[in-house]
Write a protein that binds this ligand. Structure first.
Ligand code: FMN
Length: 504
Protein backbone atom coordinates (compact mmCIF):
# COMPACT_ATOMS: atom_id res chain seq x y z
CA UNK A 1 0.00 0.00 0.00
CA UNK A 2 1.32 3.38 -0.92
CA UNK A 3 1.38 6.22 1.56
CA UNK A 4 2.24 9.79 1.26
CA UNK A 5 5.40 10.53 3.21
CA UNK A 6 3.32 10.85 6.27
CA UNK A 7 5.50 12.85 8.56
CA UNK A 8 5.74 16.32 7.13
CA UNK A 9 8.67 18.42 8.21
CA UNK A 10 7.90 21.68 9.92
CA UNK A 11 10.01 24.32 11.55
CA UNK A 12 8.55 25.28 14.89
CA UNK A 13 10.10 27.47 17.55
CA UNK A 14 13.44 27.28 15.83
CA UNK A 15 13.76 23.50 15.76
CA UNK A 16 12.71 21.03 13.14
CA UNK A 17 10.06 18.53 14.04
CA UNK A 18 8.09 16.04 12.03
CA UNK A 19 4.35 16.00 12.22
CA UNK A 20 1.81 13.38 11.27
CA UNK A 21 -0.86 14.34 8.79
CA UNK A 22 -3.40 12.04 10.43
CA UNK A 23 -3.83 11.55 14.16
CA UNK A 24 -6.09 8.67 15.11
CA UNK A 25 -8.20 10.08 17.94
CA UNK A 26 -7.82 8.78 21.46
CA UNK A 27 -11.18 7.14 22.06
CA UNK A 28 -11.99 6.10 25.59
CA UNK A 29 -12.36 3.88 27.20
CA UNK A 30 -10.37 1.20 25.40
CA UNK A 31 -11.79 1.87 21.92
CA UNK A 32 -8.39 3.28 20.98
CA UNK A 33 -6.56 0.25 22.34
CA UNK A 34 -3.00 -0.83 21.67
CA UNK A 35 -4.01 -2.83 18.58
CA UNK A 36 -5.61 0.16 16.88
CA UNK A 37 -2.81 2.57 17.77
CA UNK A 38 -0.22 0.05 16.61
CA UNK A 39 -2.03 -0.47 13.30
CA UNK A 40 -2.17 3.27 12.67
CA UNK A 41 1.39 4.02 13.76
CA UNK A 42 2.65 1.20 11.54
CA UNK A 43 1.43 3.19 8.53
CA UNK A 44 3.52 6.18 9.62
CA UNK A 45 0.55 8.19 10.87
CA UNK A 46 0.06 8.81 14.59
CA UNK A 47 -1.76 6.17 16.60
CA UNK A 48 -3.03 7.13 20.05
CA UNK A 49 -4.07 4.79 22.80
CA UNK A 50 -6.73 6.03 25.16
CA UNK A 51 -5.30 6.43 28.64
CA UNK A 52 -8.74 6.51 30.24
CA UNK A 53 -9.55 3.75 32.73
CA UNK A 54 -6.59 1.59 31.78
CA UNK A 55 -6.37 0.38 35.39
CA UNK A 56 -9.65 -1.59 35.33
CA UNK A 57 -9.04 -2.51 31.69
CA UNK A 58 -5.73 -4.22 32.51
CA UNK A 59 -7.19 -5.80 35.65
CA UNK A 60 -10.17 -7.15 33.69
CA UNK A 61 -8.07 -8.45 30.81
CA UNK A 62 -6.04 -10.38 33.36
CA UNK A 63 -9.17 -11.70 35.08
CA UNK A 64 -10.33 -12.87 31.64
CA UNK A 65 -7.19 -15.03 31.49
CA UNK A 66 -5.15 -12.68 29.27
CA UNK A 67 -6.16 -14.21 25.92
CA UNK A 68 -3.17 -14.19 23.57
CA UNK A 69 -0.78 -13.48 26.44
CA UNK A 70 -0.37 -9.84 25.40
CA UNK A 71 -0.68 -8.39 28.90
CA UNK A 72 1.99 -10.82 30.09
CA UNK A 73 4.25 -9.63 27.26
CA UNK A 74 3.75 -6.07 28.39
CA UNK A 75 4.35 -6.95 32.03
CA UNK A 76 7.55 -8.78 31.12
CA UNK A 77 8.88 -5.62 29.50
CA UNK A 78 8.07 -3.42 32.50
CA UNK A 79 11.31 -2.12 34.01
CA UNK A 80 10.30 -2.88 37.63
CA UNK A 81 9.59 -6.63 37.70
CA UNK A 82 8.45 -6.91 41.32
CA UNK A 83 5.70 -4.35 40.69
CA UNK A 84 4.58 -6.12 37.52
CA UNK A 85 4.50 -9.41 39.38
CA UNK A 86 2.28 -7.97 42.13
CA UNK A 87 -0.27 -6.94 39.49
CA UNK A 88 -0.12 -10.35 37.82
CA UNK A 89 -0.54 -12.19 41.09
CA UNK A 90 -3.44 -10.02 42.15
CA UNK A 91 -5.53 -10.11 38.98
CA UNK A 92 -4.56 -12.95 36.66
CA UNK A 93 -6.95 -15.89 36.53
CA UNK A 94 -5.73 -18.83 34.42
CA UNK A 95 -8.43 -19.67 31.85
CA UNK A 96 -10.42 -16.58 32.84
CA UNK A 97 -13.08 -15.98 35.48
CA UNK A 98 -16.46 -17.68 35.31
CA UNK A 99 -18.79 -15.67 33.06
CA UNK A 100 -21.18 -14.95 35.92
CA UNK A 101 -18.49 -14.01 38.41
CA UNK A 102 -18.07 -10.27 38.83
CA UNK A 103 -14.77 -8.57 38.14
CA UNK A 104 -12.93 -7.40 41.24
CA UNK A 105 -13.92 -3.94 42.39
CA UNK A 106 -10.87 -1.67 42.42
CA UNK A 107 -10.22 1.21 44.79
CA UNK A 108 -11.54 4.42 43.23
CA UNK A 109 -9.20 7.21 42.23
CA UNK A 110 -8.86 10.06 44.68
CA UNK A 111 -6.45 12.85 45.50
CA UNK A 112 -4.14 10.66 47.58
CA UNK A 113 -4.20 7.30 45.88
CA UNK A 114 -3.01 4.15 47.56
CA UNK A 115 0.32 2.78 46.47
CA UNK A 116 -1.49 -0.26 45.10
CA UNK A 117 -3.68 1.84 42.79
CA UNK A 118 -0.77 4.00 41.68
CA UNK A 119 1.16 0.87 40.77
CA UNK A 120 -1.76 -0.48 38.76
CA UNK A 121 -2.10 2.84 36.88
CA UNK A 122 1.64 3.05 36.18
CA UNK A 123 1.79 -0.53 34.93
CA UNK A 124 -1.46 -0.37 32.92
CA UNK A 125 -0.37 2.76 31.07
CA UNK A 126 3.04 1.25 30.43
CA UNK A 127 1.60 -1.96 29.00
CA UNK A 128 -0.83 -0.22 26.62
CA UNK A 129 1.82 2.07 25.18
CA UNK A 130 4.47 -0.64 25.10
CA UNK A 131 2.24 -2.97 23.07
CA UNK A 132 1.20 -0.20 20.69
CA UNK A 133 4.89 0.48 19.98
CA UNK A 134 5.72 -3.09 18.98
CA UNK A 135 6.45 -4.05 15.35
CA UNK A 136 7.41 -0.58 14.09
CA UNK A 137 9.56 2.35 15.09
CA UNK A 138 7.08 5.19 14.63
CA UNK A 139 5.72 7.40 17.41
CA UNK A 140 2.72 6.42 19.51
CA UNK A 141 0.74 8.84 21.67
CA UNK A 142 -1.74 8.67 24.51
CA UNK A 143 -4.96 10.57 25.14
CA UNK A 144 -6.22 11.64 28.54
CA UNK A 145 -9.18 13.62 29.78
CA UNK A 146 -8.03 16.52 31.95
CA UNK A 147 -11.21 16.13 34.01
CA UNK A 148 -9.97 12.83 35.39
CA UNK A 149 -7.34 14.70 37.35
CA UNK A 150 -6.77 12.14 40.08
CA UNK A 151 -5.26 9.76 37.51
CA UNK A 152 -2.77 12.06 35.86
CA UNK A 153 0.46 11.57 37.75
CA UNK A 154 0.65 7.79 37.88
CA UNK A 155 -0.79 7.32 34.39
CA UNK A 156 1.53 9.82 32.70
CA UNK A 157 4.58 8.36 34.40
CA UNK A 158 3.63 4.84 33.29
CA UNK A 159 3.09 5.95 29.69
CA UNK A 160 6.42 7.81 29.69
CA UNK A 161 8.23 4.74 31.00
CA UNK A 162 7.02 3.01 27.84
CA UNK A 163 8.34 5.80 25.59
CA UNK A 164 5.10 7.55 24.67
CA UNK A 165 5.89 10.36 22.22
CA UNK A 166 2.73 12.43 22.35
CA UNK A 167 0.36 13.29 25.17
CA UNK A 168 -2.94 14.60 23.83
CA UNK A 169 -5.37 15.96 26.39
CA UNK A 170 -8.85 17.47 26.25
CA UNK A 171 -11.93 17.87 28.44
CA UNK A 172 -10.49 20.60 30.59
CA UNK A 173 -7.70 23.17 30.55
CA UNK A 174 -4.46 21.26 31.01
CA UNK A 175 -2.20 24.23 31.74
CA UNK A 176 -0.08 22.36 34.26
CA UNK A 177 0.57 19.16 32.34
CA UNK A 178 3.69 20.33 30.45
CA UNK A 179 5.45 20.81 33.78
CA UNK A 180 4.61 17.25 34.79
CA UNK A 181 6.07 15.94 31.52
CA UNK A 182 9.26 17.92 32.09
CA UNK A 183 9.66 16.55 35.64
CA UNK A 184 8.97 12.95 34.75
CA UNK A 185 11.46 13.03 31.87
CA UNK A 186 14.06 13.01 34.67
CA UNK A 187 12.08 10.81 37.11
CA UNK A 188 11.64 13.84 39.35
CA UNK A 189 8.73 14.24 41.75
CA UNK A 190 5.76 16.07 40.22
CA UNK A 191 2.57 17.55 41.57
CA UNK A 192 -0.82 18.48 40.20
CA UNK A 193 -3.42 20.71 41.83
CA UNK A 194 -6.91 19.29 41.45
CA UNK A 195 -10.16 21.19 41.40
CA UNK A 196 -12.15 20.60 44.57
CA UNK A 197 -15.65 22.04 44.56
CA UNK A 198 -16.00 24.55 47.41
CA UNK A 199 -12.33 24.45 48.36
CA UNK A 200 -11.03 27.31 50.46
CA UNK A 201 -7.73 29.06 50.64
CA UNK A 202 -5.27 27.01 52.61
CA UNK A 203 -6.87 23.65 51.68
CA UNK A 204 -4.45 21.07 50.42
CA UNK A 205 -5.55 20.41 46.83
CA UNK A 206 -2.25 19.16 45.44
CA UNK A 207 -1.47 15.60 44.41
CA UNK A 208 2.11 14.34 44.50
CA UNK A 209 3.86 11.42 42.93
CA UNK A 210 7.57 10.84 43.21
CA UNK A 211 8.76 8.18 40.74
CA UNK A 212 11.75 7.43 42.97
CA UNK A 213 9.35 5.88 45.49
CA UNK A 214 8.31 3.37 42.83
CA UNK A 215 11.52 2.70 40.90
CA UNK A 216 13.24 -0.60 41.59
CA UNK A 217 16.42 0.44 39.74
CA UNK A 218 17.97 3.53 38.24
CA UNK A 219 16.90 4.44 34.72
CA UNK A 220 18.19 7.00 32.24
CA UNK A 221 16.14 10.05 31.30
CA UNK A 222 12.84 9.44 29.49
CA UNK A 223 11.63 11.06 26.28
CA UNK A 224 9.66 14.18 27.07
CA UNK A 225 6.55 13.62 24.96
CA UNK A 226 5.15 16.34 22.76
CA UNK A 227 2.10 17.87 24.34
CA UNK A 228 -1.03 18.60 22.30
CA UNK A 229 -3.99 19.99 24.23
CA UNK A 230 -7.41 19.59 22.64
CA UNK A 231 -9.40 22.81 22.56
CA UNK A 232 -12.65 23.98 21.03
CA UNK A 233 -12.19 27.74 20.84
CA UNK A 234 -9.65 30.32 19.76
CA UNK A 235 -9.59 31.75 23.29
CA UNK A 236 -8.62 28.46 24.81
CA UNK A 237 -6.02 27.85 22.10
CA UNK A 238 -4.37 31.18 22.95
CA UNK A 239 -4.64 30.58 26.70
CA UNK A 240 -2.91 27.22 26.40
CA UNK A 241 0.00 28.74 24.52
CA UNK A 242 0.35 31.78 26.77
CA UNK A 243 -0.23 30.29 30.19
CA UNK A 244 0.90 26.67 30.17
CA UNK A 245 3.75 25.93 32.56
CA UNK A 246 5.94 24.42 29.87
CA UNK A 247 6.18 23.66 26.17
CA UNK A 248 2.99 23.14 24.17
CA UNK A 249 3.93 21.49 20.89
CA UNK A 250 0.70 21.93 18.98
CA UNK A 251 -3.06 21.89 19.30
CA UNK A 252 -5.94 19.67 18.35
CA UNK A 253 -8.99 21.76 17.52
CA UNK A 254 -12.14 19.77 18.05
CA UNK A 255 -15.54 20.76 16.75
CA UNK A 256 -18.92 19.72 18.05
CA UNK A 257 -19.51 16.89 15.57
CA UNK A 258 -16.72 14.84 17.22
CA UNK A 259 -17.56 11.68 19.16
CA UNK A 260 -17.36 11.43 22.95
CA UNK A 261 -17.77 14.52 25.12
CA UNK A 262 -18.24 17.86 23.37
CA UNK A 263 -17.62 21.37 24.61
CA UNK A 264 -20.94 22.97 25.60
CA UNK A 265 -22.25 25.91 23.54
CA UNK A 266 -21.22 29.36 24.74
CA UNK A 267 -23.78 31.58 26.39
CA UNK A 268 -27.29 30.80 27.59
CA UNK A 269 -28.18 27.16 26.81
CA UNK A 270 -30.60 26.71 23.91
CA UNK A 271 -31.96 23.31 22.87
CA UNK A 272 -33.38 22.00 19.61
CA UNK A 273 -36.83 20.40 19.39
CA UNK A 274 -35.31 17.00 20.11
CA UNK A 275 -33.31 18.35 23.05
CA UNK A 276 -29.83 18.68 21.58
CA UNK A 277 -27.72 21.72 22.46
CA UNK A 278 -27.84 24.38 19.79
CA UNK A 279 -24.53 25.98 18.88
CA UNK A 280 -24.25 29.49 17.50
CA UNK A 281 -21.90 32.00 15.96
CA UNK A 282 -19.85 32.29 19.14
CA UNK A 283 -18.93 28.63 18.90
CA UNK A 284 -17.35 28.96 15.47
CA UNK A 285 -13.58 28.57 15.35
CA UNK A 286 -11.58 31.10 13.35
CA UNK A 287 -9.03 28.89 11.63
CA UNK A 288 -7.08 31.76 10.09
CA UNK A 289 -6.41 33.06 13.60
CA UNK A 290 -5.07 29.65 14.65
CA UNK A 291 -2.43 29.91 11.93
CA UNK A 292 -1.12 33.04 13.63
CA UNK A 293 -0.34 31.13 16.82
CA UNK A 294 2.81 29.62 15.32
CA UNK A 295 2.28 26.02 16.37
CA UNK A 296 1.02 23.10 14.29
CA UNK A 297 -2.62 22.26 14.70
CA UNK A 298 -4.89 19.41 13.69
CA UNK A 299 -8.60 19.77 13.00
CA UNK A 300 -10.99 17.21 14.48
CA UNK A 301 -14.70 16.50 14.16
CA UNK A 302 -15.99 15.45 10.75
CA UNK A 303 -12.56 15.53 9.08
CA UNK A 304 -12.48 11.86 8.12
CA UNK A 305 -12.50 12.23 4.34
CA UNK A 306 -9.89 13.09 1.71
CA UNK A 307 -11.82 16.27 0.91
CA UNK A 308 -11.81 17.45 4.51
CA UNK A 309 -8.14 16.53 4.92
CA UNK A 310 -7.30 18.61 1.88
CA UNK A 311 -9.43 21.45 3.16
CA UNK A 312 -7.70 21.34 6.54
CA UNK A 313 -4.26 21.41 4.93
CA UNK A 314 -5.28 24.24 2.64
CA UNK A 315 -6.40 26.21 5.70
CA UNK A 316 -2.99 25.84 7.29
CA UNK A 317 -3.56 22.83 9.55
CA UNK A 318 -0.82 20.21 9.97
CA UNK A 319 -3.52 17.61 9.38
CA UNK A 320 -6.59 16.13 10.99
CA UNK A 321 -7.52 14.04 13.99
CA UNK A 322 -10.08 11.38 13.11
CA UNK A 323 -12.04 9.24 15.54
CA UNK A 324 -15.32 7.69 14.43
CA UNK A 325 -13.87 6.22 11.21
CA UNK A 326 -11.30 4.32 13.31
CA UNK A 327 -13.86 3.31 15.92
CA UNK A 328 -15.45 1.00 13.33
CA UNK A 329 -12.15 -0.42 12.05
CA UNK A 330 -11.40 -4.07 12.86
CA UNK A 331 -8.62 -3.24 15.29
CA UNK A 332 -10.60 -0.94 17.59
CA UNK A 333 -11.74 -2.11 21.00
CA UNK A 334 -15.48 -1.60 20.36
CA UNK A 335 -17.27 -4.94 20.66
CA UNK A 336 -17.58 -6.56 17.19
CA UNK A 337 -21.31 -7.06 17.74
CA UNK A 338 -21.82 -3.32 18.28
CA UNK A 339 -19.65 -2.48 15.28
CA UNK A 340 -21.63 -4.79 13.01
CA UNK A 341 -25.06 -3.69 14.20
CA UNK A 342 -24.21 -0.01 13.89
CA UNK A 343 -22.58 -0.57 10.49
CA UNK A 344 -25.72 -2.36 9.29
CA UNK A 345 -27.80 0.58 10.46
CA UNK A 346 -25.44 3.03 8.76
CA UNK A 347 -25.65 1.10 5.48
CA UNK A 348 -29.45 1.14 5.71
CA UNK A 349 -29.38 4.88 6.36
CA UNK A 350 -30.84 4.34 9.82
CA UNK A 351 -27.90 5.19 12.06
CA UNK A 352 -28.19 8.22 14.27
CA UNK A 353 -26.31 9.94 17.05
CA UNK A 354 -27.95 12.06 19.75
CA UNK A 355 -25.94 14.81 21.41
CA UNK A 356 -27.23 14.24 24.92
CA UNK A 357 -26.82 17.27 27.16
CA UNK A 358 -27.75 15.26 30.28
CA UNK A 359 -26.20 11.79 29.93
CA UNK A 360 -22.72 12.48 31.25
CA UNK A 361 -22.31 13.24 34.95
CA UNK A 362 -19.68 15.79 33.91
CA UNK A 363 -22.45 18.04 32.58
CA UNK A 364 -20.74 18.17 29.18
CA UNK A 365 -22.80 17.16 26.13
CA UNK A 366 -22.07 13.54 25.25
CA UNK A 367 -22.70 11.94 21.86
CA UNK A 368 -24.73 8.74 22.13
CA UNK A 369 -25.13 6.32 19.19
CA UNK A 370 -28.68 4.99 19.11
CA UNK A 371 -28.80 1.21 19.39
CA UNK A 372 -31.36 -1.22 20.83
CA UNK A 373 -30.40 -2.86 24.08
CA UNK A 374 -27.93 -0.15 25.06
CA UNK A 375 -28.21 2.89 27.32
CA UNK A 376 -29.41 5.01 24.39
CA UNK A 377 -32.84 3.62 25.32
CA UNK A 378 -34.78 5.01 28.29
CA UNK A 379 -36.11 1.55 29.29
CA UNK A 380 -32.61 0.12 29.44
CA UNK A 381 -31.43 2.99 31.63
CA UNK A 382 -34.49 2.63 33.87
CA UNK A 383 -33.71 -1.07 34.31
CA UNK A 384 -30.22 -0.32 35.63
CA UNK A 385 -29.88 0.35 39.34
CA UNK A 386 -27.75 3.43 39.90
CA UNK A 387 -24.33 2.23 41.04
CA UNK A 388 -21.06 4.15 40.98
CA UNK A 389 -18.22 1.67 41.35
CA UNK A 390 -15.71 2.85 38.76
CA UNK A 391 -15.89 6.52 39.70
CA UNK A 392 -13.68 8.11 37.04
CA UNK A 393 -16.02 11.07 36.60
CA UNK A 394 -16.60 11.73 40.30
CA UNK A 395 -16.30 15.33 41.38
CA UNK A 396 -14.13 16.05 44.44
CA UNK A 397 -15.85 18.42 46.87
CA UNK A 398 -15.00 20.00 50.21
CA UNK A 399 -16.77 18.26 53.07
CA UNK A 400 -18.12 20.15 56.07
CA UNK A 401 -15.14 19.16 58.18
CA UNK A 402 -12.70 20.44 55.56
CA UNK A 403 -11.89 17.04 54.08
CA UNK A 404 -12.44 15.84 50.52
CA UNK A 405 -15.49 13.87 49.41
CA UNK A 406 -16.28 12.52 45.95
CA UNK A 407 -19.66 12.47 44.24
CA UNK A 408 -21.06 11.51 40.87
CA UNK A 409 -24.35 12.80 39.47
CA UNK A 410 -25.01 9.27 38.14
CA UNK A 411 -24.70 7.60 41.56
CA UNK A 412 -27.79 6.79 43.68
CA UNK A 413 -29.72 10.04 44.04
CA UNK A 414 -29.95 9.91 47.84
CA UNK A 415 -26.21 9.45 48.16
CA UNK A 416 -25.48 12.30 45.77
CA UNK A 417 -27.83 14.60 47.63
CA UNK A 418 -26.40 13.54 50.99
CA UNK A 419 -23.03 14.65 49.65
CA UNK A 420 -24.38 18.13 48.93
CA UNK A 421 -25.27 17.50 45.27
CA UNK A 422 -28.43 18.98 43.79
CA UNK A 423 -31.22 16.58 42.93
CA UNK A 424 -31.84 18.33 39.60
CA UNK A 425 -28.26 17.54 38.60
CA UNK A 426 -29.04 13.81 38.71
CA UNK A 427 -31.84 13.95 36.15
CA UNK A 428 -31.11 12.09 32.92
CA UNK A 429 -27.63 11.05 34.00
CA UNK A 430 -26.20 7.75 32.81
CA UNK A 431 -23.29 5.71 34.06
CA UNK A 432 -20.72 6.57 31.41
CA UNK A 433 -17.96 4.57 33.17
CA UNK A 434 -19.75 1.22 33.31
CA UNK A 435 -21.30 1.81 29.88
CA UNK A 436 -17.93 2.46 28.25
CA UNK A 437 -16.34 -0.64 29.77
CA UNK A 438 -19.32 -2.73 28.62
CA UNK A 439 -18.80 -1.32 25.09
CA UNK A 440 -15.40 -2.95 24.90
CA UNK A 441 -16.41 -6.32 26.32
CA UNK A 442 -15.56 -5.84 30.01
CA UNK A 443 -19.06 -5.51 31.36
CA UNK A 444 -19.52 -5.94 35.08
CA UNK A 445 -21.85 -8.71 36.25
CA UNK A 446 -23.93 -8.07 39.35
CA UNK A 447 -25.45 -10.65 41.69
CA UNK A 448 -24.41 -13.35 39.24
CA UNK A 449 -27.05 -12.31 36.72
CA UNK A 450 -27.49 -8.61 35.99
CA UNK A 451 -25.03 -7.30 33.41
CA UNK A 452 -24.02 -3.75 32.66
CA UNK A 453 -25.29 -2.37 29.34
CA UNK A 454 -23.23 -0.58 26.73
CA UNK A 455 -23.43 3.18 26.21
CA UNK A 456 -21.93 3.74 22.80
CA UNK A 457 -20.54 7.05 21.74
CA UNK A 458 -19.72 8.01 18.15
CA UNK A 459 -19.37 11.20 16.17
CA UNK A 460 -21.93 12.45 13.68
CA UNK A 461 -19.67 10.77 11.13
CA UNK A 462 -21.20 7.41 12.14
CA UNK A 463 -23.82 7.73 9.39
CA UNK A 464 -21.05 7.81 6.76
CA UNK A 465 -18.68 5.04 7.95
CA UNK A 466 -19.79 2.59 5.21
CA UNK A 467 -17.68 4.70 2.81
CA UNK A 468 -14.63 2.76 4.02
CA UNK A 469 -16.04 -0.61 2.94
CA UNK A 470 -14.55 -2.10 -0.20
CA UNK A 471 -17.14 -3.62 -2.56
CA UNK A 472 -18.39 -6.94 -1.17
CA UNK A 473 -16.80 -6.39 2.24
CA UNK A 474 -18.58 -5.88 5.54
CA UNK A 475 -15.60 -4.68 7.53
CA UNK A 476 -12.48 -2.59 7.11
CA UNK A 477 -9.10 -2.03 8.74
CA UNK A 478 -7.33 1.02 10.16
CA UNK A 479 -5.00 0.91 7.14
CA UNK A 480 -8.07 1.12 4.86
CA UNK A 481 -9.07 4.33 6.63
CA UNK A 482 -5.60 5.84 6.25
CA UNK A 483 -5.33 4.91 2.59
CA UNK A 484 -8.81 6.31 1.90
CA UNK A 485 -8.06 9.56 3.70
CA UNK A 486 -4.88 10.03 1.73
CA UNK A 487 -6.63 9.44 -1.60
CA UNK A 488 -5.59 12.12 -3.99
CA UNK A 489 -2.61 13.11 -1.92
CA UNK A 490 -0.44 12.31 -4.92
CA UNK A 491 -2.06 15.17 -6.80
CA UNK A 492 0.60 17.88 -7.08
CA UNK A 493 -1.40 20.52 -5.23
CA UNK A 494 -2.32 18.28 -2.30
CA UNK A 495 1.07 16.62 -2.16
CA UNK A 496 2.64 20.03 -1.94
CA UNK A 497 0.31 20.97 0.90
CA UNK A 498 1.07 17.72 2.67
CA UNK A 499 4.82 18.04 2.26
CA UNK A 500 5.09 21.73 3.06
CA UNK A 501 3.04 22.12 6.16
CA UNK A 502 5.15 24.88 7.60
CA UNK A 503 4.53 26.88 10.73
CA UNK A 504 7.68 28.92 10.89
C1 FMN B 1 -15.95 6.42 20.53
C2 FMN B 1 -15.26 7.72 20.75
C3 FMN B 1 -14.69 7.98 21.98
C4 FMN B 1 -13.98 9.16 22.18
N1 FMN B 1 -13.36 9.36 23.37
C5 FMN B 1 -12.55 10.43 23.53
C6 FMN B 1 -11.77 10.57 24.71
O1 FMN B 1 -11.81 9.74 25.61
N2 FMN B 1 -10.96 11.65 24.82
C7 FMN B 1 -10.88 12.60 23.82
O2 FMN B 1 -10.13 13.56 23.95
N3 FMN B 1 -11.61 12.48 22.68
C8 FMN B 1 -12.42 11.42 22.52
N4 FMN B 1 -13.11 11.25 21.35
C9 FMN B 1 -12.90 12.24 20.26
C10 FMN B 1 -11.83 11.72 19.26
O3 FMN B 1 -10.58 11.62 19.88
C11 FMN B 1 -11.72 12.61 18.03
O4 FMN B 1 -11.28 13.90 18.36
C12 FMN B 1 -13.02 12.76 17.31
O5 FMN B 1 -13.64 11.51 17.20
C13 FMN B 1 -12.85 13.35 15.92
O6 FMN B 1 -14.09 13.50 15.29
P1 FMN B 1 -14.73 12.39 14.34
O7 FMN B 1 -15.29 11.37 15.23
O8 FMN B 1 -15.78 13.14 13.58
O9 FMN B 1 -13.65 11.86 13.45
C14 FMN B 1 -13.88 10.11 21.15
C15 FMN B 1 -14.49 9.84 19.92
C16 FMN B 1 -15.18 8.68 19.71
C17 FMN B 1 -15.80 8.42 18.38
Amino acid sequence: MKYLSSMSESATNGHTTSNPVIIQGGMGAGVSNWRLAQAVSRTGQLGLVSGTALDPILARRLQDGDPGGHMRRGLDAFPFPAMAERIWQKYYIAGGKEERTPYLTLPLLQKDNTRELNELCIVANFVEVYLARQGHSNPVGINYLEKIQTAHLSCIYGAMLAGVEYVVMGAGIPLKIPGVLDRYANHEAAEYAIHIHGSQEGDDVTMHLDPREYMECDLGPLTRPKFLPIVSSNTLATTMLKKANGRVDGLVIETRTAGGHNAPPRGKPVFSEIGEPVYGERDTIDIAKLCELGVPFWLAGGYGSPQMLRQALAQGAAGVQVGTAFEFANESGLRPEYKQRLMTKAIAGEASVFTDPRASPTGFPFKVAQLDGTCSEAEVVADRPRICDLGFLREPYRTEDGGIGYRCASEPVTLFVAKGGKVEDTVGRKCVCNGLLANIGYKQVRNGKREEYGLITAGDDLVAVPRFLQPGRSEYSAADVISHLLTGCDEPQVKEACDDVCFA
